[in-house]
Write a protein that binds this ligand. Structure first.
Ligand SMILES: [Zn+2]
Length: 280
């Protein structure tokens, strides 16, 4: 699943390339989408903005129509100059928004629908989102903690991935945040104090925001996502994808475990993130 910082950066790049330009081409393989576009043509409208809301990417067109897409596990948006060669096969295209200046191609994007602003606000997936770590408005830490507390028996690692609790965290940041906060990922929320939950949220804010800022600087282009302070691309994450390798802090072998329905892997250091709750 893409992380919130990935979606936000995609939205920022698309906004820069597409905003205030007129749509000259709109295509989709989804009948529900093309049916609406037949009745309310997208071609000829101006693209007003491209924004991210949690992991939803929203393209707003003039005349009060919004294209909502969600990447789930494998979807991605690419930007191309008209006529440029695509990096993915045309059969993977699910939706395409073109202008004379740039073409946005949604490859394997599994969720795409056209909504009015009112429909978007009422949309169950969007309206239920927890506070957005990368949102523009003031971030409400206490609201996140309230939402965490409503899942007392869930492991903190699973709660961090729950977009209804807090929006923006994917599997990479889940492991990285809990390492930096020194919390065992399988600790039930009920076993954590408010101070620990606040520390986790503070680390989450710091890590996601640092990665959005980093990417706007060319120096960081080569290094990819990072949560450590190292500029070495081989040393930019604490635990994610480092199973069996020595912890960068204490040297203990990093542990990994598949959990949940889609068998996402959690990484942690058994020494730095020692269990602090009784096993039932
Ligand atoms: Zn360690």
């Amino acid at each position: 699943m893409p992380e919130g910082d990935t979606i936000l950066r995609a939205a920022q790049a698309m906004h820069k390339a597409l905003a205030n330009r007129v749509v000259t081409r709109f295509e989709s393989v989804y009948p529900a989408l093309t049916r609406i576009a037949d009745d309310h043509p997208i071609v000829g409208r101006t693209i007003e903005s491209v924004t991210a809301r949690g992991k939803h990417l929203l393209i707003a067109f003039s005349g009060d129509l919004i294209l909502r897409t969600h990447m789930r596990m494998n979807g991605s948006w690419h930007l191309y100059r008209p006529g440029a060669r695509w990096q993915r096969p045309a059969r993977d295209v699910r939706v395409l928004v073109g202008t004379d200046h740039a073409i946005a191609v949604g490859f394997n994007v599994p969720v795409a629908e056209l909504l009015t602003p009112g429909e978007l606000e009422r949309h169950k997936d969007v309206s239920a989102l927890g506070p957005d770590l990368l949102g523009e408005s003031d971030f409400d830490t206490e609201e996140v903690i309230r939402r965490m507390r409503s899942h007392p028996r869930d492991a903190i690692a699973d709660v961090l991935l729950n977009q209804r609790v807090v929006a923006g965290i994917g599997n990479v940041f889940k492991s990285e945040i809990l390492f930096a906060a020194g919390i065992d990922p399988f600790t039930p929320v009920a076993a954590l104090g408010d101070a620990e939950l606040r520390r986790i949220v503070a680390v989450a804010l710091e890590q996601l925001r640092a990665n959005v800022l980093d990417r706007s600087q060319t120096l960081m282009r080569r290094t990819g996502r990072r949560t450590t302070r190292s500029l070495d691309p081989d040393a930019n994450l604490w635990v994610y994808s480092r199973g069996g390798k020595p912890c960068r802090t204490c040297g203990t072998a990093i542990a990994s475990k598949k959990t949940g329905l889609d068998a996402r892997i959690t990484y942690w250091c058994p020494q730095c993130q020692r269990r602090s709750y009784p096993v039932s």
